[in-house]
Ligand binder design. Sequence first.
Ligand SMILES: Cc1cc2nc3c(=O)[nH]c(=O)nc-3n(C[C@H](O)[C@H](O)[C@H](O)COP(=O)(O)OP(=O)(O)OC[C@H]3O[C@@H](n4cnc5c(N)ncnc54)[C@H](O)[C@@H]3O)c2cc1C
Length: 347
Amino acid sequence: MPIPLQSLNTLGLAAWTDELVRVTGSTQLPAISQAIANKDRFILGGGSNLVLQSNQDAPLALVCLQSSLKGIVRLPAREGFSRLRCASGENWHDFVMWTLAHGLGGLENLALIPGTVGAAPIQNIGAYGVEVGERIEAVHAWDFERHDHVVFPTESCQFGYRHSLFKEISFQGPWNRPRFFITAVDFALAPATKTQPILSYKGITQRLAELGVTEPPLPMQVAHAVISLRKEKLPDPNEIGNVGSFFKNPVVSEEFAKALASQNPGLPVFHQNNQTKLSAGWLIESAGMKGVQRGEAAVSADHALVLTNLGAATARDVLGLAHEIQEAVMARFGLWLEPEPQIIPPI
Ligand SMILES: Cc1cc2nc3c(=O)[nH]c(=O)nc-3n(C[C@H](O)[C@H](O)[C@H](O)COP(=O)(O)OP(=O)(O)OC[C@H]3O[C@@H](n4cnc5c(N)ncnc54)[C@H](O)[C@@H]3O)c2cc1C
């Protein structure tokens, strides 16, 4: 019997798989690894960055593996930093709040991002001027090729904008044979009282002022500002299906950004980690696509970067709308937007 995945992806697409295996202990991995050695597989986290294409008559012909590994362990402190090992099946936001409640700073700008801890390094989740790779010490994984545990120090993970080595086909393998199953992630976090708040995103300082925070904010206060901003801007996937930003902000050369900005006054240009990025949301809105609806899929009327499932959207509705957006932005600005979520199977 095909196994339904509709409640396991935040876009709420009706999708099915042949088999679902929940990994509850890392000691199970050697046996699972042997059992599925010659089978196609896919690793599912919280399903908040996926567009799943399948139906009941043609389910994904593979084994879906999901981490239910739990637990947060303290490692010996080093050079003033507390070190934590968090299992991959923990909920990301709950982990962030746990660190803050235990007097640790560094993850506050990443509060309320949906999904699991194990998926966080995959696209190097980022928000409000912080990327998770900046706080990661090491990534622990099971290697399906060598049938063994491996550890990747942060320097080897090649973290970049919405990118890590785990997104490289040459490293992680094709979409239906991922080589590494992340089991845990190690973080190095400073005490909250010694954490330098990252307030470069102007909305945060304004929201902190509105919340009555006048002193330099503590990490927990920054998290509350971020949570309140996110609740205001992004649709809650529990209420309306979505995967957050559907497209990455295009990374362009400084010259290209300047030329485009001179022709398009108001175009937001960001500089972060020596990269120049344009606002994909602004490009989509300016290409006239904000609020557009196709079938049961729509571009959010509040946030042009978010595609929503109005109730009964199919993957075809969502991907058709995404393609229309790409063409509209290409025609208007000469840029092809790259989707952020993983499309399974790829198109
Ligand atoms: C409302 C909303 C807001 C969002 N905001 C942000 C944001 O601000 N910044 C941001 O970066 N992202 C954001 N996202 C995207 C998403 O939340 C993140 O990418 C998140 O890390 C995905 O986690 P997940 O557990 O749901 O992974 P999934 O969507 O299930 O999987 C994503 C990828 O990770 C792989 N994967 C998952 N678990 C493992 C594992 N244990 N081992 C190996 N591979 C694994 C999957 O195979 C897949 O390739 C948002 C999404 C939503 C719905």
